[in-house]
Structure formats: structure tokens, C-alpha cells
Write a new protein. Structure first.
Length: 211
């Protein structure tokens, strides 16, 4: 059993590492965004609640998100573990997950300096078709501006503009970073220094997990 979450600022490589570990350990990565879209599409009770809020331009509250996560981690493909993506983002969410009986074996915090993040995100390019992520210098596509996976033209997300990055970092430090202390107090936090290389950072994480 290997139940994990990743902490770290936007652009620290949480999604990249989650994808590698998900494949290596044969456990699903559970994205709250994907779950919301699936629940809305399936027309479940929680999905209907979420859709009405989204249609009204409101954020989906924890009272909807947490039960959705609980339903998802109870499914068969999570019997050997899972990686949660997108939650918890705040202490309040972490406390609600605990109340719902959703626990973790390790909380991996990828430690990356803000200056590195700013550099990394402004160079990030994503595929609007399949969601693959590249970087103009760190992980360039084989053909400049074209997705290796599906051939669509790559774009720079608005999220990766310099002023947006500054705002996202501010939110991370004020709302999400306090989770490090929350999980450290529970003996679950594992700090990993971002090496700047996907493989080398992954090797450190896999060593922590005993794999």
C-alpha cells in the first residue's frame, strides 16, 4: 500500500513525478479536476452539485470535493494505493480529509526556490490536445512548438505569464506551504531538494519510498 500526496510550489514538478511514480508502482493518480469533470459528465449527485456551482462561476467547496475524493479512493483500482493531485491545498482541506478517513503513507515536499520556479514556468509549453508538458530548454519537444505525443501546436498557458506566476507563488506560500508543518507534526513529511533533473529528483523520491 502506497498512499501519497506531493507538496511544492507551482512548477516544482509534482505532476511529472506523480506520473512517473504512478506508472512505476501501478497506482492511480487522482486529480480533483479530472474527478469533477467525470462526475459532472456522469451526472452523479455530487456532479450535479458541482455543475451548478461551476455554471454560476463559483468555486466548488470542500463539502463537495472531499466526499468525491472519498468515493474515488474507495474504488478497486486504489486498493494498492493512490496519489492525490490537487487536494489538499489548505489546512482546512487536510483536516477534512482526515475526518473522512483518507490517510497517507508519505507526503513528499519538493523544495524549489522561487527564482527557479519563475524561470521554469515562463518556459513551459503545454499541449491543448493531450495535456503533455514540455519546456523550451529543460524538456523541449522533438520539433519546436509541436507536441511529441499527438502533433498539436503547443501553447503557453496564461498561468505561466510572469505576473500570474508571482500571484500563484504568493498563494502557495500563504495557503499551501503551511501544510508542510501540518504533515511534519504527523511524521509524514519527506522533503526532497529539487535537483533540476527529472530523473535525479525521481531517484531521491523512489529511495524515500523504499523502491
Amino acid at each position: 500500500m502506497m498512499k501519497l500526496i506531493f507538496l511544492g510550489p507551482p512548477g516544482a514538478g509534482k505532476g511529472t513525478q506523480a506520473a512517473i511514480i504512478s506508472k512505476a508502482l501501478s497506482i492511480p493518480t487522482i486529480s480533483t479536476g479530472d474527478m469533477l469533470r467525470a462526475a459532472v459528465k456522469a451526472g452523479t449527485e455530487l456532479g450535479k452539485q458541482a455543475k451548478s456551482l461551476i455554471d454560476a462561476g463559483k468555486l466548488v467547496p470542500d463539502a463537495v470535493i472531499i466526499p468525491m475524493v472519498a468515493q474515488r479512493v474507495a474504488q478497486d483500482d486504489c486498493q494498492n494505493g493512490y496519489i492525490l493531485d490537487g487536494v489538499p491545498r489548505t489546512i482546512a482541506q487536510a483536516e477534512e480529509l482526515e475526518k473522512a478517513g483518507i490517510t497517507f503513507d508519505h507526503v513528499i515536499s519538493i523544495e524549489t526556490d522561487d527564482a527557479v520556479i519563475r524561470d521554469r514556468l515562463t518556459g513551459r509549453r503545454v499541449c491543448p490536445g493531450c495535456g503533455a508538458t514540455f519546456h523550451v530548454t529543460g524538456n523541449p519537444p522533438r520539433t519546436e512548438g509541436v507536441c511529441d505525443v499527438c502533433g498539436e501546436k503547443l501553447i503557453q498557458r496564461k498561468d505561466d505569464a510572469a505576473d500570474t506566476i508571482a500571484h500563484r507563488l504568493e498563494i502557495y506560500h500563504s495557503e499551501t506551504e503551511p501544510l508542510k508543518e501540518f504533515y511534519a507534526e504527523r511524521g509524514l513529511l519527506r522533503a526532497v531538494k529539487d535537483t533540476g533533473g527529472i530523473d535525479s529528483t525521481n531517484a531521491i523520491i523512489m529511495d524515500i519510498l523504499g523502491k
